[in-house]
Design a protein around this ligand. Structure first.
Ligand code: NAP
Ligand code: MG
Length: 490
């Protein structure tokens, strides 16, 4: 509740919200998690476990199995058997029922998943509650509906499953990325071995419990935890028919090289360096709100984060003033507090990366501006940051930082804005802010990126495809497009 010390008619920042922490009473986190293989939780043959921590406190949450090569083999074997004997043979309508069941269970247990997501990854509870978990459930609902309609989706193409899919996901949207991967794979009759990221394994393991509860036949979904080496072993396993990867462009390139020359199919959803372009005819307040959402949402741990801002010169002073004012009101802190806008940075490694770029940006000559908020003493945190007077050649403009850091530049004409926005190795997403519909069409058709939002940002829906141009990836996820990479099409 807001407490106003001294009510005035003018904008008054001299007040704070009372804490509004989400309760953890309804959540159980085991001390130790095994691997989910062939429908059961089994101890790793590697006999190794690692800790997953809460990045907001630095405290250990649980111990998680590190799958070694023998464990990867066991998971792929289970997936192969399930693919050959059960899942691909089951009537598609029946497959759909299982996927609907997962979606409904996820909805029923949404609060539990939201809390665990926030504890393990550091994102604000408001986001995991309102965005991550509902979108993950929607994804299962959406693809459940496609399971028995594949022949209509691809008329005359005789769609059939590919077989065993190895899936590897990052830490920024752990459950949502698991849903993006598992739902279309199951709907198309494939079986899955999924590896979540080392720092955020807990919601995938909760999903494994839920999959057990949904009575999915053993081996259809296997979830194995571990670090990069586990992912590499999965990618290179000879009995994996397709690799679906979401993560950094550097690891994506390594994966592409390691499977070159094999018969394996692959989709890669990689990094981004999205541009938001504000024209002088935009509704400035609305645009500023969108820019803020675009870069500070989820601490900037978003592949499609609007990390570059291009402002038309005539409105530059006004935009920057409002941007700074709005940034100053952002609440950074306890991710479990429902008032929090910006939570914890996911790991010490990621915070070190962000800090490295803050130093680089200053050294390169851009002007750094950070808000004045105080940060908690424990855990990993970064103030919302602007770099003004950045230039095209700066590394903070060219490279993905994956943190709450926005590099700002100006432009005069639409052509200049487009040229600057396209000057990046990435092409995942972008945003355009203008009052003119014709300008929206002109700009969006010339920006080389997979998704472009107009007068809004970071809007997702299971029915719309997502994916990158250039070094942002290969293939699409979501929508009808997201089914095709999981099918043999005649
Ligand atoms: P990352 O380091 O590439 O890791 C992604 C996943 O790959 C993790 O599970 C990781 O395991 C695993 N991995 C690491 N090395 C591997 C190897 N040699 N072979 C196979 N798997 C390996 O990326 P991240 O830092 O977790 O995630 C951030 C990146 O993901 C950003 O670049 C972001 O843009 C991108 N992203 C893209 C999308 C999209 O849809 N395009 C969506 C979300 C994120 P460990 O975590 O255990 O090391
Ligand atoms: Mg963690």
């Amino acid at each position: 509740m807001a407490k106003s010390k001294k009510p005035t008619l003018e904008f008054d920042t001299d007040w704070t919200y009372d804490p509004a922490p989400e309760s953890t009473d309804h959540v159980t986190i085991n001390e130790r998690y095994k691997l989910f293989i062939n429908g059961r939780f089994v101890a790793p043959k590697s006999r190794t476990y690692f800790d997953t921590i809460n990045p907001a406190t630095g405290k250990k949450l649980a111990e998680v199995a590190a799958a070694g090569e023998a464990d990867v083999n066991a998971a792929v074997r289970a997936a192969r058997k399930a693919a050959d004997t059960i899942w691909s043979k089951m009537p598609a309508r029946e497959r759909g029922k299982y996927i609907y069941r997962i979606a409904r269970l996820l909805q029923e247990r949404a609060r539990e998943f939201a809390v665990i997501e926030t504890l393990d990854g550091g994102k604000p509870i408001r986001e995991s509650r309102d965005i991550d978990i509902p979108l993950a459930a929607n994804h299962f609902f959406y693809y459940a509906g496609w399971a028995d309609k594949l022949a209509y989706a691809f008329p005359g193409k005789n769609p059939s499953p590919i077989g065993v899919v190895g899936q590897i996901i990052p830490w920024n949207f752990p459950l949502l990325m698991a849903a993006w991967k598992i739902a279309p794979a199951l709907a198309t009759g494939n079986t899955v071995v999924l590896k979540p990221a080392e720092t955020t394994p807990l919601t995938a393991l909760k999903l494994a419990e839920l999959i057990q509860e949904a009575d999915l036949p053993p081996g259809v979904v296997n979830i194995i935890t571990g670090a990069g080496a586990t992912g590499a072993a999965l990618v290179q396993h000879p009995d994996v028919d397709k690799v679906a990867f979401t993560g950094s462009t550097s690891v994506g390139k390594m994966i592409q090289q390691s499977i070159a020359g094999t018969r394996k199919k692959y989709t890669l959803e990689l990094g981004g360096k999205a541009a938001n372009i504000i024209f002088e005819d935009a509704t400035i307040d609305q645009a500023v709100e969108g820019i803020i959402n675009g870069i500070f949402f989820n601490q900037g741990h978003v592949c499609c984060a609007g990390s570059r801002l291009f402002v038309q010169e005539s409105v530059y002073p006004q935009v920057i003033r409002r941007l700074k004012d709005r940034m100053e009101t952002l609440i950074v802190g306890d991710p479990m507090d429902k008032n929090t806008d910006i939570g914890a940075i996911n790991s010490k490694e990621q915070l070190d990366t962000i800090k490295k770029y803050l130093r680089i940006g200053q050294k390169e000559g851009a002007d750094m501006y950070q808000t004045s908020c105080s940060l908690p003493r424990k855990g990993y945190w970064c103030r919302p940051t602007l770099f003004l007077n950045a230039s095209q050649s700066h590394r903070i403009v060219q490279e993905e930082i994956f943190g709450p850091v926005l590099a700002v530049q100006t432009f005069r004409t639409p052509e200049e804005g487009i040229a600057k926005a396209n000057n990046t190795p990435y092409g995942l997403s972008g945003g355009v802010w203008t009052d003119k519909g014709s300008k929206i069409f002109k700009i969006t058709s010339q920006i080389r990126a997979g998704v472009i939002w107009a007068n809004t940002y970071n809007k997702f829906d299971p029915s719309s495809p997502f994916g990158g141009y250039k070094e942002s990836g290969v293939g699409r996820e979501g929508g009808l497009h997201g089914l095709a990479p999981y099918l043999n099409l005649g």
